[in-house]
Design a protein around this ligand. Structure first.
Ligand SMILES: *Cc1c(COP(=O)(O)O)cnc(C)c1O
Ligand code: SF4
Length: 345
């Protein structure tokens, strides 16, 4: 079964009911549902959390006033094509805009897609020259699109070129491939990710424990066995994972797969994704409950990417406040189970 790429194919698979607004939704962003993800969808459940992530919805045509076409301000921080340089010590390098699946909530939804251009050889050379010329760049984050959509030989070449830049200490790859298209984690790919001078880290995007089927688990195990340190990135999404049980199961599943939960991303103000948005208060409340339930190993940091290109910040919840008894002059610290305790400043 090939990847589903059209509304017709999704209708044929009984994943959606016809709606005139769907054509508009499909126009705004490419469709791709891999066979692995299709297998996970429970067609009897109209609110299936896997389908919700990949199957277009008429709600995508509702654009809210606060939504932005460049929600985290990448453009303002892009000195050369393919590079985003927001923090002094690290850059994003986006060699291509293609993904194995298209996540309807994607913060780059207006950029990704099969029509989205890959960097030409000359543009890639210019992006690498930018990194080479700046000794303050310690970490290069390969993202896109999904860098694992590059042929393994091209990826290997790119990693080798970055590894040869002496001031680059870390090469980080951000990918959804091990989850949504695990058959791409081949020996050839593992060879491309072999240990080198620069430390290679791998961040895998996963939003629901059910995404970690046997093939995805095996792909992650192959990466971990090859010595690649794995971390997890999750987007907090209404109707997908915005409840404690789902997040708890996901974080435990990730840790079981030797993936350290890194970030829980607050959903960005992406155009047409209001139906995925969760309030900050709700996100904080969920994190608070998780703190009392999960091992520290399984705790992600809840972060917001500040619109306008200002970067990511942890957004709580907070555990420290002023003691309402002003005379004590102390802090009041809340423990993970809701108890409150005075603590000296
Ligand atoms: C998210 C992001 C990074 C990585 O941030 P970390 O907090 O180090 O994971 C780097 N550069 C840009 C432009 C980013 O958006
Ligand atoms: S795989 Fe990543 S970049 Fe691609 S559509 Fe999904 S969230 Fe966006």
């Amino acid at each position: 079964m090939p990847t589903l790429r059209t509304l017709k194919a999704l209708e044929r698979e009984k994943l959606m009911t016809p709606d005139p607004r769907l054509a508009e939704a499909a126009e705004a962003m490419a469709i791709a549902v891999t066979p692995e993800m299709l297998d996970l969808i429970d067609r009897a459940d109209p609110a299936d959390p896997i389908a919700r992530q990949f199957v277009p919805s008429a709600a995508e045509t509702e654009i809210l006033i606060e939504e932005l076409s460049d929600p985290i301000g990448d453009e303002a921080r892009s000195p050369v094509k393919g590079i985003v340089h927001r923090y002094p010590d690290r850059v994003l390098l986006k060699p291509l805009h293609v993904c194995p699946v298209y996540c309807r909530f994607c913060f780059r939804r207006e950029k990704v897609g099969p029509g989205g251009e890959a960097l030409s050889a000359a543009e890639l050379a210019a992006a690498i020259a930018y990194i080479k010329a700046r000794p303050e760049i310690w970490e290069v984050i390969l993202t896109g699109g999904d860098p694992l959509m590059l042929a393994p030989r091209r990826l290997e070449k790119l990693i080798a070129v970055l590894d040869a830049i002496e001031h680059v200490g870390v090469i980080r790859i951000h990918s959804r491939v091990p989850i949504v298209d695990p058959s791409r984690v081949t020996d050839e790919l593992l060879a491309a990710l072999k240990p080198r001078r620069a430390a290679l880290w791998f961040a895998v995007h996963c939003n629901h424990a059910r995404e970690l089927g046997p093939a995805a688990r095996a792909a992650l195990a192959r990466l971990a066995d090859a010595g690649v340190p794995l971390m997890g990135q999750t987007v907090l999404l209404a109707g997908v994972n915005d409840d404690v049980e789902t997040l708890e199961a996901l974080m435990r599943a990730l840790v079981s797969c030797r993936v350290k939960p890194y970030y829980l991303h607050h959903p960005d103000l992406v155009r047409g994704t209001g139906h995925f948005r969760v309030s900050v208060e709700r996100g904080q409340a969920l994190m608070k409950v998780l703190r009392g339930r999960l091992s520290g190993l399984a705790q992600p940091t809840y972060v917001l990417d500040v619109p306008g290109g200002h970067g990511k910040v942890p957004i709580g919840p907070g555990y420290l406040g002023d003691d309402p008894d002003a005379l004590s002059g102390q802090l009041l610290v809340e423990d993970a189970f809701g108890g409150r305790h005075r603590y000296p400043r």
